[in-house]
Design a protein around this ligand. Structure first.
Ligand code: ADE
Length: 232
């Protein structure tokens, strides 16, 4: 799967791309990430890509020409233009169902905003899918783009060692409940014991305990998910 990221701060991705799961996926050629600096499409000798908003007000707006030309230029690279996504607090909120839908594409082009956002004509012309990662305002779309990449690559076949593990992830279509509690050694820590059943080797009983634990956790923390499951 190929990701192209258009950003004013490509260096923000360097540490992220060398973390273990993603690094391995890139080395095994399961995932490719191409970074593009929007400033490279600036027509300005100072590589300026923003300007003051018409009508006044605080902050700066990213100009339409470098943005549209950057996206069009990047989309001509590679074998298909891919799906264009703009990261913005005005977008649809990302959730696991959206992630599952995005993972069906072979290429995602992620456009990260900064400042007061893009000139509206960027959306009018390019018609991107607008996505937000939650009802809060980040300093830019880069962290949100990393969230998209991080969640989508988990569903790319071969990226996770054990393919089953993404199916039981919380919120996924295979499991609309929160994931059950996990324990590892030691069996006792500061008086807190690992539940006996997990040590029993009785796999049907362990599966039943996990299912029950998953339901209880969901009921106390996210009852809205149970309502949604009942509807489906
Ligand atoms: N840019 C700024 N805030 C954002 C958010 N919540 N989601 C996506 N992109 C953003």
């Amino acid at each position: 799967m190929r990701f192209d990221v258009l950003t004013l701060f490509p260096e923000m991705f360097s540490g992220y791309m060398t973390q273990s799961l993603l690094k391995l996926a890139i080395e095994r050629n399961l995932v490719q990430i191409h970074l593009h600096n929007l400033r490279d499409w600036s027509r300005d000798k100072h590589q300026c890509v923003d300007d003051r908003p018409f009508g006044g007000g605080p902050g700066m707006v990213i100009k339409p020409e470098p943005t549209v030309e950057a996206v069009e230029g990047v989309q001509t690279l590679g074998t298909s233009p891919g799906k264009l996504i703009m990261l913005t607090p005005q977008g649809e909120t990302l959730n696991q169902q959206v992630v599952e839908r995005l993972a069906k594409h072979e290429r995602l082009v992620l456009l990260c905003g900064r400042y007061e956002g893009f000139d509206q004509r960027v959306c009018d012309i390019l018609q991107p899918e607008e996505l937000s990662i939650g009802d809060f305002v980040l300093n830019g779309g880069e962290v949100a783009a990393m969230a998209v990449i991080d969640t989508v690559i988990r569903l790319v076949p071969g990226v996770l060692g054990d393919e089953e593990s993404s199916h039981v992830d919380s919120f996924s279509t295979g499991n609309r409940l929160l994931e059950h509690s996990q324990y590892t050694r030691p069996r006792e820590y500061r008086g807190h014991q690992v539940p006996e059943i997990l040590l029993s080797g009785d796999h049907p009983q362990i599966a039943a305990w996990r299912e029950q634990n998953s339901r209880e956790r969901t009921k106390s923390r996210r009852p809205d998910l149970l309502d949604r499951t009942a509807e489906n």
